[in-house]
Design a protein around this ligand. Structure first.
Ligand code: ATP
Ligand code: MG
Length: 394
C-alpha cells in the first residue's frame, strides 16, 4: 500500500527525518487516501518537540500561534503545513478542551487521543500504515467508531458527537452501535459547545450526500441546538447550495421564522435568503410577466431563482414561471428602478425636492412600465412623471 503524498508534505517529512525525527502523515488525510478521496488537508505528526520542529524549519516562514498545543505551521511552496508533536491529553474541562496536554514520544499514545478509529491511522514511507485501533477494518466495513469508550470520549469533547454524525453523512458510513448509544446519551453536552463550531459541523453535514438519513436518525441530537427542528422531509435531490440545503433541512420546522435557526450562527445574508425561501415556499405566484417582474423587483434574480427551484422540490409546477423569468431576463425587460430610463435626479429637475416624493414618482413609473402601460423610454417617462407630480401636488 502506498499513499501519494503531495510534494510540499513530502518535503516536510524528509526534512524532519533528516534531522532524526520520526514523523508521519496522520488523521483525515490517511483515511481519505485509503478510500481514494482527495484529502482536504494533510496533517503531520512527529516525535520532535515544537521547538525542535521550529528549528528544523528555521529557514522557512513559520506560524507559531498553535505552538502551546504542539503545532508548528510551516509555509512550504506557499502551502501551510501543520506539524504537531505526538501528545496525550490531560483531564478535559468544559466538555471540549483538555486542561493540560503532554508531549510524548509515542505515536501509539498520539493515535489513542484521536476521535474515531478511521481517523486514528498514520502513514510514512518507512513504516507504511500504522493502525493500532482497527481503523482499516472499520474503513472497510464503513463504520464510524470511537477510539476507546464512546461515553468517555464524548464526555471529554462533545463536539465529537457532531463530528460523528457529520462523517457518517459525508462518507455514507453507519455509526457503530455503542458509539451511537453514547451519542444519544451524551447529546445534552452539545449545549456546552460553541455555537460557531456546531454550525460549522452542521453545515458540513447538510452539504453531504447522505444528510437526509442522518437528519432523520439524529433528530433528537439536532434538537439540542435547533429546538424546533423536525426531520419529516422527503428524500429528494437538493442542489449543493447552502441556502437551498439549509432551507430544505429547516422546512418542516413548525415555528416562528425567528426561531427556525435555533442557536446556529448564520450570516445576515444567508439568513435573509433562507427566510425568503421559507416564507415563499407555499405562496402561489401567478405566472404572468407582471407578477414575475414584481417578484424580480422585490427579490432580485438570484433569490427568485432559488425560491422557484425550492418550490419545484416541493412538487409545485414552476417550469412556466422559470420560462417567463428567463424571457424577461434575456430580453432585458425592465423590472427594477436601476433599469428605469429616468433617475432620481431627473425627477428632482422637474421640481420635486423631497426624497420621499421622488421615490414615490419613481415607484409609480416603474409600476407603469412593469404593467406595460408605459414604455421604458425617457421622454414618455418624464411626461408621465410631470402629470403624476401635478396630480399629487408634489
Ligand atoms: P476533514 O476531512 O473534515 O478535514 P479530518 O478527520 O481531517 O476531516 P480535522 O478536523 O482536519 O478532521 O482533524 C484532523 C485529525 O485530528 C482528525 O482526523 C482526528 O484524528 C483529529 N481530531 C480532530 N478533531 C478531533 C477531536 N475533536 N477529538 C479527537 N481527535 C480529533
Ligand atoms: Mg482534515
Amino acid at each position: 500500500m502506498k499513499i501519494d503524498i503531495p510534494k510540499h508534505i513530502l518535503c516536510a517529512l524528509d526534512m524532519l527525518k533528516a534531522n532524526g525525527h520520526e514523523s508521519y502523515i496522520v488523521g483525515g488525510c490517511v483515511r481519505d487516501s485509503l478510500i481514494n478521496k482527495v484529502p482536504s488537508d494533510w496533517d503531520i505528526c512527529t516525535c520532535a518537540l515544537p521547538e525542535e520542529t521550529a528549528s528544523v524549519f528555521k529557514n522557512f516562514k513559520t506560524i507559531l500561534t498553535g505552538i502551546k498545543h504542539g503545532t508548528v505551521c510551516v509555509i512550504i511552496d506557499a502551502f501551510p503545513v501543520e506539524i504537531t508533536t505526538f501528545r496525550t491529553d490531560g483531564k478535559y474541562i468544559d466538555n471540549r478542551h483538555p486542561e493540560t496536554i503532554t508531549f510524548s514520544s509515542s505515536l501509539s499514545e498520539d493515535l489513542k487521543r484521536r476521535d474515531f478509529t478511521i481517523n486514528a491511522m498514520a502513514y510514512s514511507k518507512e513504516h507504511g500504515l500504522v493502525d493500532f485501533n482497527g481503523g482499516v477494518n472499520d474503513l472497510k466495513s464503513k463504520i464510524i467508531k470511537c477510539v476507546g469508550d464512546p461515553e468517555k470520549r464524548f464526555g471529554e469533547d462533545a463536539l465529537r458527537i457532531m463530528r460523528a454524525i457529520r462523517f457518517s453523512a459525508q462518507l455514507g458510513f453507519r455509526i457503530d452501535d455503542n458509539t451511537k448509544k453514547a451519542i444519544f446519551s451524551k447529546k445534552e453536552l452539545l449545549s456546552n459547545i460553541s455555537a460557531e463550531r456546531i454550525t460549522d459541523e452542521f453545515f458540513k453535514l447538510i452539504m453531504s450526500d447522505c444528510y437526509i438519513d442522518i437528519l432523520r436518525e439524529f433528530e433528537d441530537v439536532i434538537k439540542i441546538f435547533i429546538p424546533h427542528f423536525n426531520s419529516i422531509i422527503k428524500d429528494i435531490m437538493v442542489k449543493k447550495d447552502i441556502r437551498l440545503r439549509l432551507a430544505y433541512a429547516l422546512s418542516s420546522s413548525k415555528c416562528n421564522i425567528d426561531d427556525v435557526f435555533g442557536t446556529l450562527v448564520v450570516s445576515k445574508s444567508l439568513k435573509n435568503s433562507v427566510n425568503t425561501i421559507l416564507l415563499n415556499q407555499n405562496t402561489s405566484i401567478i405566472n404572468d410577466k407582471y407578477n414575475i417582474k414584481k417578484q424580480l423587483s422585490g427579490l432580485g434574480e438570484e433569490l427568485l431563482s432559488l425560491v422557484l427551484e425550492f418550490k419545484s422540490y416541493l412538487g409545485q409546477d414552476v417550469s412556466g414561471h422559470i420560462d417567463t423569468m428567463n424571457k424577461i431576463l434575456i430580453n432585458n425587460e425592465c423590472y427594477s428602478l436601476k433599469q428605469l430610463k429616468v433617475s432620481g435626479n431627473n425627477i428632482k429637475s422637474l421640481g420635486v425636492k423631497d426624497n420621499t416624493n421622488i421615490g414615490k414618482v419613481l415607484d409609480y413609473l416603474l409600476k407603469q412600465v412593469i404593467s406595460d402601460n408605459l414604455p421604458n423610454e425617457k421622454e414618455a417617462l418624464l411626461n408621465e412623471a410631470k402629470a403624476y407630480i401635478i396630480n399629487n401636488k408634489f
